[in-house]
Design a protein around this ligand. Structure first.
Ligand code: NAD
Length: 478
């Protein structure tokens, strides 16, 4: 199957070699083996892609919305038709179990369908000045050529969540996928061509030189927007660069999600929710429950039940039947996870299960539960991005809320309670862009996804998603 997967740069509707014919290997994190050699885009390739995007922008913006919509809708159908290829590719290059890859294929494809539907509903408004002095027409126009930079943890969905609204709005786009997982995005490039996307609207440029490739694009005044999903550190750097030409920005950055279990929660449901919020994608998700706060009244019961579930998870290669937890993305990521566990234990946390590398090939780490994690532990400050559940006890609602908000991040939060009053009160007090109430999975194509504080700017998906790619213009009539 890998023989038929594109490995060149997508520029101008065709696959191209990178300047100097440079390539880099993409590896399978389950065994370290090379899956493919992929074109390694150089800065001059980036400029070529931006030139194409700038040249095509006006034509694409003037393409009837129905046509843009039909292309996106067709792309959704094609991704679904090729679910097996997409799912296997994601499992091979990213490591997640095949069942989760199929889940991402559906979720990632859904953005194409959703924004196909939004493309034909880009409305402005008409009103009159209260003084009677004038008439006011408000229109929406595409922002213009956009640069998208995506992470490795959801190789398809983090791309389509940007590509679909941009194309629907009439923007052209240059995408730089993560070097760890470029194959899924290159296959999407093929699908977009097959769906009828005109040449030059979308370019896809894998590279090992993220900063060297993207800096000249951010310095070029033909670019009008940068949309980024990744770590807060890189997001801050891009915001500084974006200041040069005052670019529009969308930033989906890191998280440090609290998962709060109150004394009145249904504990079995909370354990199930914690398992989903923690272990989806092996813990490598920005929405992952990073800090599990449990009221001391129910803490022992919750901890022992979560531990039992975590112990029973089957770790292994994502393409083998029955696997529930795959490898981490790189050996470096596994060392980071191990370092955070060791730090917590040194400072007084107790390992209930796990806490070790899995011997053998690949970057596997045991599903781990840490109890009584002290407030000084780094794991409560930094994203663990791995299969480690850190449990901390608290006394009463006020203490739970204060602990949850004690972070510079503000992406997702989760609460478990049987009280509607408390659910509403605590949701409003939590400093995060999204709150799950008695739910461990919150991502939804129809909902505005995004964070506050240092977790980001702007919202993706939902009715809000397309606004990120539209400018508002006010036209005054006498
Ligand atoms: P990362 O910031 O290291 O990399 C993300 C992307 O940025 C990659 O494509 C990378 O090549 C590129 N990049 C890195 N340095 C760059 C630079 N100097 N200039 C330009 N591009 C650069 O993050 P990652 O390790 O790939 O992904 C994990 C992070 O992403 C986590 O912090 C996670 O929380 C976050 N994330 C956020 C969301 C969200 O929606 N908020 C979703 C998924 C992941």
């Amino acid at each position: 199957m890998l023989d038929s997967i594109p490995t060149g740069l997508w520029i101008n509707g065709e696959q191209q070699a990178a300047s100097g014919e440079r390539t880099f290997p993409v590896r399978n994190p389950a065994n370290g083996e090379i899956l493919a050699e992929v074109a390694d885009a150089q800065p001059e390739d980036g400029i070529r892609a931006l030139e194409t995007a700038a040249r095509t922008q006006a034509v694409w913006a003037a393409t009837p919305a129905r046509r843009r919509s039909d292309i996106l809708r067709r792309a959704w159908e094609l991704v679904i038709e090729r679910s097996d290829d997409f799912a296997m590719l994601m499992t091979l290059e990213m490591g997640k179990p095949l069942a989760e890859s199929y889940g991402e294929v559906n979720y990632g494809a859904e953005f194409l369908r959703w924004f196909a539907e939004e493309a034909v509903r880009i409305n402005g408004r008409y009103t009159q000045s209260p003084s009677g002095a004038g008439r006011i027409l408000v229109t929406k126009e595409p922002v213009g050529p956009t640069l998208a930079i995506t992470p490795w943890n959801f190789p398809l969905a983090m791309g389509t969540r940007k590509i679909a609204p941009a194309l629907a709005a009439g923007c052209t786009m240059v995408v730089k996928p993560a070097a760890e997982t470029p194959l899924t995005m290159l296959l999407l490039g093929e699908v977009m061509c097959e769906a009828g996307l005109p040449e030059g609207v979308l370019s896809i440029l894998p590279t090992t030189q993220a900063e060297t490739l993207t800096s000249p694009l951010l310095d070029d005044d033909r670019l009008r927007k940068v949309t980024f999903t990744g770590s807060t550190g890189v997001g801050k750097l891009l915001l500084q660069r974006a200041a040069k030409h005052v670019l529009r920005t969308s930033m989906e950055l890191g998280g440090n999600a609290p998962f709060i279990v109150f004394a009145d929660a249904d504990i079995d449901a909370a354990v199930e929710g914690a398992l989903a919020a923690k272990m989806r994608n092996g813990g490598e998700a920005c929405t992952a429950a990073n800090r599990i706060y449990v009221d001391n009244v129910v803490k022992d019961d919750f901890t022992s039940k979560l531990t039992q579930h975590m112990q029973s998870l089957k770790v292994g290669r994502g393409d083998l039947a029955g696997t529930q937890v795959g490898p981490l993305i790189t050996s470096r990521q596994r060392s980071t996870v191990a370092g955070l566990v060791d730090d917590a234990v040194t400072k007084g946390a107790t390992i209930m299960t796990g806490g070790r590398h899995v011997a053998g090939q690949g970057y596997f780490y045991e599903p781990t539960v840490l109890a009584d994690v002290p407030h000084t532990a780094k794991i409560l400050r930094e994203e663990v991005f791995g299969p480690v559940a850190a449990i901390i006890g608290f006394d009463g609602e006020a203490e739970g809320i204060a602990a949850a908000n004690d972070t510079e991040y503000g992406l997702a939060s989760y609460i478990y309670t049987e009280s509607l009053d408390r659910a509403l009160r605590v949701s409003s007090a939590l400093e995060s862009g999204m709150v799950g109430v008695n739910r461990g999975i919150i991502s939804d194509v129809s909902a505005p996804f995004g964070g506050i504080k240092e977790s980001g700017l702007g919202r993706e998906s939902g009715a809000e998603g397309i606004e990120e790619y539209l400018e508002t213009k006010y036209i005054a009539f006498r």
